[in-house]
Design a protein around this ligand. Structure first.
Ligand code: C2G
Length: 154
């Protein structure tokens, strides 16, 4: 039974996340995911849209994921690897080299990150959509006001 362990925020779950989890699951038999708690996200400088509970529900519903648990700090990985008897610790390669010190208790693997998608990108795109929508509504309102003005002076 080969056990894989990984960590992340996994906010606004997207194809980058799912492609990583799929590849991680293919490395072994079980995939255990440490999901960053809301408090730990603050330490990471991240404010997730979905709460820890919602993100945990989404990841738990993913067919590639066996089990999830809260990631509360940077330093718990070594204990987690021992507790879950993980054979492989794996992350996307934006973390390349950052966790190599764990290679005395498990294999450390970094998989290629999916390009052109990230939670930050999604948030940025959505904020633009709001502004575009607001501009459209505002110009429609101006049209309506012009029509009303026309009518009222006849
Ligand atoms: N990821 C990916 N491709 C993307 C986006 C993310 O492969 N387009 C991977 C990341 O490399 C990471 C995982 O998905 O391995 C989760 O990414 P995040 O939710 O951004 O998590 P992160 O902030 O990197 O937290 O202690 C480790 C941290 O908790 C990792």
């Amino acid at each position: 039974m080969k056990i894989i362990i990984t960590y992340g925020t996994f906010d606004l779950f997207h194809v980058g996340h799912i492609r990583l989890l799929k590849r991680l699951r293919e490395l072994g038999d079980k995939l255990i995911v440490g999901i960053s708690s809301d408090e730990f996200n603050e330490i990471k400088g991240k404010k997730s849209f979905f709460s820890y509970e919602e993100r945990a529900e989404i990841l738990s519903s993913c067919k590639y994921v066996t089990e999830v648990f809260p990631e509360n700090n940077w330093g718990q990985k070594r204990d987690d690897i021992i507790k879950y008897q993980a054979d492989i610790f794996a992350m996307g390669d934006d973390w390349q080299g950052k966790f190599d010190e764990l290679n005395d208790i498990c294999e450390v693997v970094y998989l290629q990150r999916t390009k052109d998608i990230s939670t930050t990108e999604i948030k940025r795109a959505l904020s633009k959509v709001d502004n575009i929508e607001l501009d459209r509504i505002e110009s429609s309102l101006h049209d309506v006001i012009a029509i009303v003005k026309n009518l009222s002076f006849k």
